[in-house]
Design a protein around this ligand. Sequence first.
Ligand SMILES: Cc1cc2nc3c(=O)[nH]c(=O)nc-3n(C[C@H](O)[C@H](O)[C@H](O)COP(=O)(O)OP(=O)(O)OC[C@H]3O[C@@H](n4cnc5c(N)ncnc54)[C@H](O)[C@@H]3O)c2cc1C
Length: 386
Amino acid sequence: MDFNLTTEQRQIYEYGGKLAQKYDNAYWLEHARRHAFPKELFRQIADDGFLGIMVPEEYGGAGLGMTEMALLMEGMANHGIPLLMLVVGPCMSLAHLAAHGTEFHKKELLPAACRGDIQFCFAITEPNAGSNSIRIETVAKPNGNRFSLTGQKTFITGADLADYCLVVARTKPHDEVARKTDGFTLFAVDLKAKGIEKQRVRVSIPVPEEQWTLYFDEVDLGPEDIVGEINDGFSILFDSLNPERIMVGAMCCGLGRFALGKGAAYASQRSVFGQPIGAHQGVQHPMAKAHVAVETASLMTRRAAWEFDNGLPAGGSANMAKYAAAEAAIEAVDAALQAHGGAGFTEDTGLYELYPLVRLLRTAPVNRELCLSFIGEKLLGMPRSY
Ligand SMILES: Cc1cc2nc3c(=O)[nH]c(=O)nc-3n(C[C@H](O)[C@H](O)[C@H](O)COP(=O)(O)OP(=O)(O)OC[C@H]3O[C@@H](n4cnc5c(N)ncnc54)[C@H](O)[C@@H]3O)c2cc1C
């Protein structure tokens, strides 16, 4: 769908289709099954100049915004070739560094990342804190103008592929701050630094990127590694987390469309009881309903991106987009699967293997319940539930 797009935005949205002529869903799925990163696909995206979509031109990027980033993702997912590394790197980390990073980040790291020579991942989740990010325990202990980072982060996507990780840490203990959101600082951590180890978390989702637990043991950080203000990291955190929700919304809408495209095509040609199964309302309506849900979620995703690009509070729309899109994608994959009958579960069709990914996106990066709590509290004005 190219409702209300500029020519450039339409080209970005359609880029996924061009990519898929060479790197199609079969290529993506073959990598996803092995948890192998599709390096040629990523290199192509880098060479075509799309990694730095949200990075200003002076630092090697295209100087565009969240809208274009989400269009890139949605266009790729429309063809069944989404990449989580585009969420955690170019969207969550590069844009953040461009807005809040040091001269070192902007002049050294961003141009290399825009070229695809280095990658970024993003780490907030911890085993003990879970969704309650306020309770994270990873500490960057100040020592003069340096910091010593100790703690662990888990489920970190692409920590093996990334050279740097944007890490959310405490620089003041929980019980020493006036407001519970004070005392956080963001750091761009060189994953080759002394004191960092990682362990694979085996996740049973066919997806190219793997997840890792990162262990930090007195990792030395300097002023050049700080992103934003010391102790005020929370105030800029949502410049990463809202874009993440919007990107995931875009990914879900694309994957929903991809599944429905397969489902509708199959239901139109598969004949049992003397007519195509797609002629039965019992087959048609679930896919039609899912189509409505996907297209509606896509509009909300565009609204959230537009709000973000225009400096408006985007939290409400970003949560609604992520919630609606994940639910729509699950509905779409399920409806397309049902239409396929037994064929939906074959490796040749590759449809069932999309289900774990869209189902993940109901739970991560922010779970369905927290999206609804945000909407209930912030948009409907009801009391806080957590
Ligand atoms: C494949 C994968 C990739 C990931 N990639 C990254 C990454 O790159 N970087 C990163 O930092 N993290 C990453 N994560 C972590 C992910 O963001 C978290 O798993 C997610 O936010 C949920 O946190 P949790 O697992 O600790 O669940 P918990 O916080 O333990 O919650 C468990 C369940 O309890 C319910 N729940 C929790 N709180 C409430 C509440 N207040 N009200 C109602 N219900 C509630 C929800 O249903 C939730 O699903 C990834 C996770 C996975 C599985």
